[in-house]
Design a binder for this molecule. Structure first.
Ligand SMILES: NC(=O)c1ccc[n+]([C@@H]2O[C@H](COP(=O)([O-])OP(=O)(O)OC[C@H]3O[C@@H](n4cnc5c(N)ncnc54)[C@H](OP(=O)(O)O)[C@@H]3O)[C@@H](O)[C@H]2O)c1
Length: 308
């Protein structure tokens, strides 16, 4: 099974090739097919044929259950492994019946936690390597030497191909990078027509400077863009609806994605829908290129003011 070549691009000069759109497994446990490994495998297979070959996980998704739901599908159809790239994350520790020793929600970038978490993810996902491992959130107690040592160790052991971060500031990235012997290849961040901060707080500047392509979570603000009832939500939707005809977009969902794709850092949006018809429609956003003025119209509706 092969995906269209155009769907691939390295996310960093020394990083892995990921598909332009990534499928997010955060909500997999909520899908009506979640407990049917054959059905999950069929969804993955169809995504691969559409060119969506990269899958975003985290150990904690579904209260520590989503990786195993996905792994059951890989076990059911092992040929899928070589057709996909698996991203997963470590360091958030949830209060969960699956982790009775967690008394308070916290972050853990210690060596012991990273090594144990990677081994658990490999077992749950039913794979023998993870293409890309991300630190999920910046940990105020991160000892950069210890954390970098653990990340280098899982790479050296062949358990992880590449290392990245999520929700990190530029200075947090620079600190970790200063102790690593391989490049951080991405920062997975929240960006959408309703979440503009990374455009202006230096996050995207740093990524472009270091030729790292960002992975983008909640590109629809977790559907808030479609269902939010505030004046701001309505203003953003109104501007997008007024733009449908001139852009050739079928839906404002496609415009929300086109708003992200227009950024010169070449972001990779992570699609969070569990419904194949919606995913198919979202992928079609790739052919829409917003003009500067269209892009700034969306920005202005969201910010509630024109640029200075
Ligand atoms: N690194 C981090 O800290 C972090 C944080 C959050 C998420 N993530 C990653 O980012 C991924 C995407 O986040 P997200 O799920 O919040 O993404 P999103 O695309 O902003 O939201 C997806 C949600 O929108 C719903 N939706 C409603 N109408 C839709 C439509 N017309 N088209 C598409 N979706 C529609 C989907 O429901 P249906 O399933 O019913 O379509 C789904 O619940 C996650 O799966 C996860 O991998 C990472």
């Amino acid at each position: 099974m092969t995906a269209p070549d155009l769907a691939f691009a390295p996310i960093h000069p020394d990083g892995p090739a990921l598909s332009r759109f990534v499928w997010g497994a955060w909500r997999l446990a909520e899908a009506d097919y979640a407990n049917d490994p054959g059905a999950v495998a069929s969804v993955i297979e169809e995504l691969v044929t559409l060119g969506v070959t990269s899958i975003d996980h985290a150990d904690i998704y579904g209260g520590y259950t989503c990786e195993a739901l996905f792994g059951a599908a890989i076990k059911a159809r092992p040929s899928l492994r070589d057709a996909i790239q698996i991203v997963t994350k470590t360091d958030i520790a949830l209060i969960s019946p699956n982790r009775p020793d967690h008394l308070v929600k916290h972050y853990d970038t210690s060596r012991d936690h990273i090594l144990a978490s990677v081994d658990r993810s490999l077992a749950n996902l039913s794979v023998d390597y993870i293409d890309l491992l991300l630190l999920h959130r910046p940990d105020p107690l991160m000892d950069a030497d210890e954390t970098a040592g653990a990340l280098s160790a899982v790479r050296a052991a062949g358990k992880v191909g590449h290392i990245g971060v999520s929700n990190f500031t530029p200075s947090q990235m620079a600190l970790l990078q200063s102790r690593l012997d391989s490049p951080l290849v991405t920062n997975q961040i929240e960006l959408s027509a309703l979440h503009l901060d990374p455009l202006h707080d230096g996050t995207l500047d740093y990524l472009q400077q270091h030729r790292m392509r960002p992975m983008i979570w909640s590109p629809l603000a977790g559907a808030d863009l479609l269902t939010g009832t505030s004046e701001r939500h309505k203003a953003v939707r109104d501007v997008m609806e007024g733009m449908l005809e001139e852009t050739g977009a079928e839906t404002i969902v496609q415009l929300a994605l086109a708003f992200i794709l227009r950024h010169p850092s070449k972001p990779l949006p992570i699609l969070g829908s569990m419904k194949m018809d919606r995913l198919r429609s979202m992928i079609a956003a790739e052919r829409i290129t917003l003009t500067r003025q269209q892009w700034f119209s969306i920005w202005q509706a969201s910010a509630g003011r024109e640029v200075p």
